[in-house]
Each structure stands twice: as structure tokens, then as C-alpha cells.
Write a protein that binds this ligand. Structure first.
Ligand SMILES: [Zn+2]
Ligand SMILES: [Zn+2]
Length: 387
């Protein structure tokens, strides 16, 4: 890496928009990991090893789990359903608060997130899709694409509806500020609790490791499962042009994002679980928030989409029925054909036996027809030649 590029990558740790090249020019470059730019991301993962020294406490583990789910809601309910798709409305101040909460997820700024996600919807599972497991493989879609130099910039010209707010651009550009403040708060909280409540057996470093490093790393991989696994695992209700899928398991770990095929079919609705049995906790929280007046105008799933879903269900049922009825007929044939063949063979044999009896002028012999049935997998005995 050249010296200006190295310095540029270091500056980007602080100012993610710092670049001599335009976002469009950088986007046009081939994929390639920018190791220097990724060092903070590596530190995030390596920080989890701090647990070797800090140990654990019930408080630290509970905090890590709680912060995982609170911030998973921030990723799905704010970065995804608000900034990327505008599936509900809020005030400008409310929007700023949402952006602040989203920034604690350490998944870069809300505008960066929305820009890349909208691109994903426009080019899902096509060669230009930055994180398609079908085009680039599982690991690249899960984690590789986020390390590529061409995926670092935010092209503000493609998200003008968000870029017109300078406070959002500021948070996006200096996306390191909120995570550092968040991590510092956890450290100070742990340190204060250690002094005030020693019976809780926690400390500043312990809450930093569990609340920030472990919880945030798990949050990153939980979210990334939607980029990788949600295009590989699960069923497809709608025949979308991509390979998006619906998965209950992914919906559990991502608070409702697992209904990815639903979402790819109709991305403008607030809810992604289209039916009551499709668990979508993010939607339930957003619905509850709408009762407080903090957000409003939640977008519903249109009746036409439900009709399409019912039609697809109906077609699937018909397809399953026709497959099962054809299978039933094949089974009947399998049973009937050997029997028919056996009867035909028995008839031939009894005719020959009767002819032989007639020739020797002997008494009529009545044979049990069952004895004459020859199984299909055995060769029928050659009729005896006349003497
Ligand atoms: Zn997708
Ligand atoms: Zn989306």
C-alpha cells in the first residue's frame, strides 16, 4: 500500500468520508481487503478475548445479552426499517435520536448502512450485489464484503433524502464517536459499580469486554446472517427474482428480519412477518412506539400482497396434492401390475397343463392358481416340450 493510501486509511478511522477519490471511483474498483482500515474491526473481535482476564459475572452476561437485543432492534427497526426503507415517520429530532441509538451498534453510520442496503435490493443476487452468497460465496457475503475498500464510502448522491440532514451526515462521517462514547460509558459504569456494589463482582474492564466487545461482535454476526444465510436457508413464499428466504430461526436471532423473502417481495411495509405466526418482535416494538406518538404512519402490507401470498399458498397446495395423487396412482400400478402379470402367467400355465392332460387322456387335474404364479423377478419356467 502506498504511503498516501496508508495515511488515508488511518484518517478514515476518524473521518470515514476522508478520501481523495470520489465514492463512485472507489466503487468502480475491484474488491480487495483494506487491512489498515479494518484494524478497528479486528480489535472489536480480539477484544472478546479480554474475558480471559476479566472473567464473568451475572451482571456482565445479562448486560451483554440485553445490549445485543436492544441494539438488534436498533439495526432492524432503525437502520433497516427507517433509514433504508422509510417504513414509518418520526420528527427530525426523533430521527436524530434514532440515529444515535443506531450508531451504538458499531455498524458504521445509518447513511452508509442505508446506501449499501438499498443497493442490495436493487441488485439482489446479481454480480454487482456486494454481499450475495450465490455470487461471492458464504464468507464473503457474511464478513468479507465489509472489509473491501470499494464498500467503505457512502455515496450521498444516491441517498439524497437522508443526506439533506447535516446532523445525520455528521454522525455518518464521524461514525467512531458514538461507539467510543458508548464503550467509555460501559467502562465507567463497571468501575463505579465495583466501588459502590462490590458484591456484584464486576469491574470496568469486565463490563467493557461483555457489554461492548462480546455483545457488539455477536450483534455483527447476528445481523450478517441476513446477508449470508437469509439467501440460502429457509422457504420461499414469493417467487422473487433473487433467492431470498423466510426462516423462523433467523427471525429469532434478528428480531424478525428472518422473513427475508416477504421483505424482498414488499420492502415498504413496517412489518416483515406478514402473519401473526411469523414472529416479528421489531414490528411489535415499533407498533408500541407508535402508540406513544414518537413514531407514526407505519406502512401496512397491501391487500394485493396478501392476495398474492394466498394464491401462492393455493398453488403450492395444488402442486403438493397433484404430486401426492400421482404418487398414489403410481403405487396402485406398482401393486396392480405384478398381480395382473401373475394372473396372465397362471392362465398360460393352466392352459398348457390342460392341453397336456388332454393329450395323455388322463383325469382332469385342478391346481391351485397360487402355485402357478411366478414372481416377476424370477424367470418363468420353460414349458415342457411334448414327448
Ligand atoms: Zn436480501
Ligand atoms: Zn431491506
Amino acid at each position: 500500500m502506498s504511503k498516501p493510501r496508508l495515511l488515508g486509511s488511518l484518517f478514515q478511522w476518524i473521518d470515514s468520508d476522508y478520501s481523495a477519490e470520489s465514492p463512485e471511483a472507489i466503487r468502480a474498483q475491484p474488491d480487495g481487503v483494506n487491512l489498515v482500515r479494518c484494524i478497528p474491526f479486528l480489535i472489536l473481535h480480539l477484544g472478546c478475548l479480554g474475558v480471559i482476564w476479566t472473567g464473568w459475572s451475572w451482571l456482565a452476561v445479562s448486560l451483554a445479552i440485553g445490549l445485543y437485543f436492544i441494539r438488534m432492534f436498533a439495526v432492524t427497526g432503525i437502520y433497516h426499517r427507517y433509514f433504508s426503507h422509510k417504513t414509518y415517520s418520526t420528527s427530525r429530532f426523533g430521527q436524530f435520536l434514532l440515529a444515535l441509538l443506531g450508531a451504538t451498534c458499531v455498524q458504521r453510520g445509518g447513511l452508509w448502512w442505508a446506501y449499501h442496503h438499498r443497493h442490495h435490493h436493487q441488485h439482489s443476487d446479481e454480480p454487482s450485489d456486494a454481499h450475495s452468497p450465490h455470487v461471492h460465496g458464504f464468507w464473503w457475503s457474511h464478513i468479507g464484503w465489509i472489509t473491501s475498500r470499494r464498500n467503505f464510502p457512502t455515496d450521498y448522491t444516491k441517498i439524497r433524502d437522508l443526506a439533506k440532514y447535516p446532523e445525520l451526515v455528521f454522525l455518518n462521517r464521524f461514525d467512531v464517536i458514538v461507539p467510543v462514547l458508548f464503550a467509555t460509558t460501559l467502562f465507567v459504569l463497571g468501575h463505579s459499580l465495583e466501588e459502590a456494589l462490590p458484591a456484584w463482582h464486576t469491574s470496568g474492564p469486565q463490563l467493557l469486554v461483555w457489554g461492548f466487545f462480546i455483545s457488539t461482535t455477536a450483534l455483527f454476526h447476528g445481523t450478517s446472517c441476513i446477508n449470508s444465510l437469509a439467501h440460502l436457508m429457509g422457504g420461499r413464499r414469493f417467487a422473487t427474482s433473487d433467492d431470498s428466504r423466510n426462516s423462523f430461526i433467523l427471525s429469532l436471532i434478528t428480531l424478525g428480519e428472518g422473513w427475508h423473502n416477504n421483505h424482498h417481495r414488499y420492502m415498504s411495509s413496517t412489518r416483515q412477518g406478514f402473519y401473526w405466526w411469523e414472529l416479528d418482535i421489531t414490528y411489535y416494538i415499533l407498533k408500541a412506539l407508535s402508540w406513544t406518538g414518537f413514531i407514526w404512519d407505519l406502512k401496512p402490507v397491501p391487500a394485493s400482497i396478501y392476495r398474492e401470498a394466498e394464491l401462492r399458498n393455493h398453488q403450492d397446495t395444488l402442486a403438493r396434492f397433484s404430486i401426492s395423487s400421482v404418487q398414489h396412482e403410481i403405487d396402485l400400478l406398482r401393486r396392480a401390475v405384478p398381480t395382473a402379470a401373475a394372473i396372465a402367467l397362471a392362465t398360460v400355465h393352466s392352459t398348457e397343463v390342460a392341453a397336456q392332460m388332454k393329450k395323455v387322456d388322463g383325469p382332469a387335474v385342478h391346481k391351485n392358481i397360487g402355485e402357478l404364479i411366478v414372481p416377476l423377478n424370477q424367470t418363468a419356467p420353460e414349458p415342457k416340450s411334448d414327448i
